[in-house]
Ligand binder design. Structure first.
Ligand SMILES: [Mg+2]
Ligand SMILES: [Zn+2]
Length: 192
């Protein structure tokens, strides 16, 4: 069983922006390619876990989302890397259209995307991590015993401030995905 690092998309792996509607709209955060490479060298699978209610909201179709993720893989390929898997929740509990407007089990902070990946890849969750720029990214991991690192990119700096004000400071808070990966590699070397 292999460990995985679950990586959030917007604000963590890619630069936070407006609703992403086409592949050209995504850009990697500085250092993202090298961060993915370091995780692969250390034996981790790197798996995207992403809330994409843009589908529920009718802004993009699932086919367009999948083209956007092909575009993301192409950006990583420029660094000789790729995501091992991509899991995205297209739903929203209160917004949107038809079959996508549901209270699902996969929208973070629920752990459904992680649970599905674990089942399909036989992951060792006891040695896995998650990285994201929102508390809900970490909550999805915490629900299944996977520790999370909040990054300051994207919404992360504001999120850390809010969590501290509410008496729940993040256990791990790093500047960006590069520093989060360094933290994972240092912590796993000590046996977490
Ligand atoms: Mg995000
Ligand atoms: Zn969902």
């Amino acid at each position: 069983m292999r460990p995985a690092v679950f990586v959030d998309r917007d604000g963590t792996l890619t630069i936070e922006g407006e609703w992403v509607r086409h592949p050209g709209a995504l850009a990697l955060v500085d250092g993202a390619g090298s961060a993915v490479r370091a995780l692969h060298r250390a034996g981790y699978l790197v798996i995207l876990y992403s809330n994409q209610s843009a589908v529920a909201r009718g802004l993009i179709t699932e086919e367009e989302l999948s083209a956007i993720h092909d575009g993301l893989q192409a950006l990583l390929a420029e660094h000789g890397e790729r995501l091992d898997a991509v899991y995205a929740c297209p739903h929203h509990p209160t917004e949107g259209l038809g079959r996508y407007k549901i209270v699902c089990e996969c929208r973070k902070p629920k752990p459904g995307l992680i649970v599905q990946a674990q089942r399909e890849w036989g992951l060792d969750l006891a040695r896995s991590w998650c990285v994201g720029d929102m508390e809900r990214d970490l909550a999805a991991g915490a629900a299944v015993g996977v520790p999370g690192i909040l990054v300051a990119t994207g919404k992360g700096a504001a999120e850390a401030q809010r969590m501290r004000a509410e008496g729940r400071p993040p256990r791990f808070f790093e500047r960006n995905i590069t520093d989060a990966v360094a933290r994972i590699l240092a912590t796993s070397a000590q046996g977490r």
